[in-house]
Design a protein around this ligand. Structure first.
Ligand code: FAD
Ligand code: MLT
Ligand code: ZN
Length: 480
């Protein structure tokens, strides 16, 4: 394990779990939904990267919002700390306990409640796996407004709680726009019904937004209503090569202007990322005859096959002529399109297979973005493989530093440099993954003291005993 709890100390105000607690919770959930088996707990105590590991002795699997309410009411009265857990694909150590927090898993709350074909509004429980919702919608002729590499495991409740961005944000915007309502349970067990299915509702403060992106620190999301776009008939995917970063940037500008409303993804990866995927992911192969410094994956989605294709071809031809792209290939069928997507979506998995990884998820003004990758390369020399990829269309860089093993000396060359650099360029130290445990203490690089103080007041109001996801999101010093 790499950086675990680090300098965080267990808050002594939290109680330790005892046999009476377990018996009480079994009374609420039934004994089969109260898991104490150590082998089963190992998975839920360990994060996706195998970097953070807690020591919880109890995993709860509620089936209804009422059960979540009873659990939280009890834990709050007993001062037992709780970590809400979805698909456990989070990348900032937010979804696993730091110490002995009780894990509340939403996995059993996985029902689709309703879908309205006229409005495209879906209502479902928080534990629905993203890919399952996607298949459901596909049958109905709709798609999810978000897609991400973790779709096979992540849950919509986790997506909402992290305000996940992903591969379609450039087209459909963030979950703050497409989530129309949530049901959430507060630390004291109060169920907040904000499960509206309306596009417009300006009746006072829109509190659902507090639960979008608050990483389980303000409540447990139990249901979600979300606006889904129709599935359009024509989807095209192009995998393009660029000679330098500046060409990628200009290509984005061109794509926005020339592809306009049909642009549905604009992703980039550098050659170091490409090599990593080619070396570690089965089935990955370079669709172009040689390697290039940068690659851009463009997807278009529209309703008119011939005009969409015409637009895309004209854009590609123009970009070849003015030398923004040095080579490229347009997927001829769905299998080839998936193989292009694997080159981009496979990077996080390839990084895991390559060894240890230091992950940074940054928003940086486009013109400066890749300078940071280059600076890190010169700072770290041959001690690490520095790679850059991400959602270029959203100004989101994934800077990843791959090494054979975790090493504090290497870490000291990365942090706080990366955060300082990002802050200096008026970027964000978390574009889409959240703060979790990893960056709770770094929040000031992106938010003012006054703003963080208001956040702490909201936390104190909604969770006065701080039982919900302790040690995460906000610095401990502010809320204890
Ligand atoms: P978890 O990992 O279980 O939890 C994440 C956080 O949300 C934790 O703080 C947890 O306490 C809280 N939480 C979970 N469920 C609830 C709930 N019901 N109520 C309250 N709090 C809850 N992220 C992106 O933004 N864009 C990407 O493109 C992207 N790609 C990824 C690709 C891979 C291969 C992987 C492994 C991860 C990726 N991620 C991405 C990160 C991660 O998948 C997302 O953050 C995802 O939304 C987390 O969902 P989850 O259900 O796994 O939540
Ligand atoms: C991605 O875009 O691939 C995800 O956010 C995961 C990652 O950053 O590695
Ligand atoms: Zn991402």
């Amino acid at each position: 394990f790499g950086s675990m709890a680090g300098s965080v100390q267990r808050n002594p105000r939290f109680s330790k779990l005892n046999d009476d607690d377990v018996r009480y919770l079994e009374g609420i959930l039934g004994s089969k939904n109260v898991v104490q088996d150590e082998d089963k707990l190992v998975t839920s105590n360990t994060d996706w990267m195998h970097k953070y590991k807690g020591s919880s002795k109890l995993l709860l699997q509620p089936r209804t919002a009422d059960q979540v309410s009873q659990i939280l009411k009890y834990c709050n009265s007993r001062n037992l700390a709780v970590v809400p857990q979805g698909g456990n694909t989070g990348l900032v150590g937010g979804s696993v306990p730091v110490f002995d927090e009780v894990i509340v898993s939403l996995s059993s709350m996985n029902k689709i409640i309703s879908f309205d074909k006229v409005s495209g509004i879906l209502v479902c429980e928080a534990g629905c796996i993203l890919e399952n919702i996607m298949s459901f919608l596909d049958n109905e002729g709709f798609i999810m407004p978000l897609d991400l590499g973790a779709k096979g495991s992540c849950q919509i409740g986790g997506n909402v709680s992290t305000n996940a961005g992903g591969l379609r944000l450039v087209r459909y915007g963030s979950l703050h726009g497409s989530v129309l309502g949530v049901e959430a349970v507060l630390a004291n067990g109060t169920v907040l019904d904000m499960l509206k299915t309306l596009r417009k509702d300006n009746t006072g403060y829109d509190l659902k937004h507090l639960f979008i992106g608050s990483e389980g620190s303000l409540g447990i999301v139990t249901k979600v209503s979300i606006l889904t776009p129709p599935k359009l008939s024509s989807v095209n995917v192009a995998f393009l090569a660029c000679k330098d970063y500046s060409s990628c940037q200009k290509l984005l500008q061109e794509a926005k202007g020339k592809l306009g409303e049909i642009l549905s993804a604009f992703e980039f990866l550098d050659v170091q990322s490409m090599n990593l995927v080619l070396n570690h992911m089965e089935g990955a192969r370079n669709p172009l005859p040689s390697l290039h410094n940068f690659y851009v994956l463009i997807e278009t989605t529209g309703s008119d096959e011939s005009s969409d294709k015409q637009k895309l071809e004209a854009f590609l031809l123009g970009s070849m002529e003015n030398e923004l792209i040095s080579d490229g290939v347009l997927a001829q069928d769905i299998n080839q399109a998936s193989s292009f997507w694997l080159l981009r979506e496979g990077i996080p998995e390839a990084l895991m297979r390559a060894g240890a990884v230091y992950k940074y998820d940054l928003s940086i003004p486009l013109e400066h973005m890749y300078n940071l990758v280059e600076e890190m390369r010169s700072r770290l020399g041959n001690t690490a493989n520095v790679i850059g990829y991400g959602h270029l269309g959203d100004g989101n860089l994934h800077l990843n530093i791959s090494t054979s093993h975790y090493d504090d000396k290497i870490l000291s060359h990365i942090e706080p440099y990366v955060y300082e650099w990002t802050s200096k360029h008026r970027g964000s130290i978390s574009a889409e993954h959240g703060l979790g445990l990893m960056k709770a203490n770094e929040i000031f690089y992106s938010k003012s003291h006054e703003t963080v103080q208001v956040m702490a007041s909201i936390k104190n109001l909604l969770d006065p005993n701080h039982i919900l996801n302790p040690y995460k999101v906000l610095p401990q010093s502010l809320i204890s």
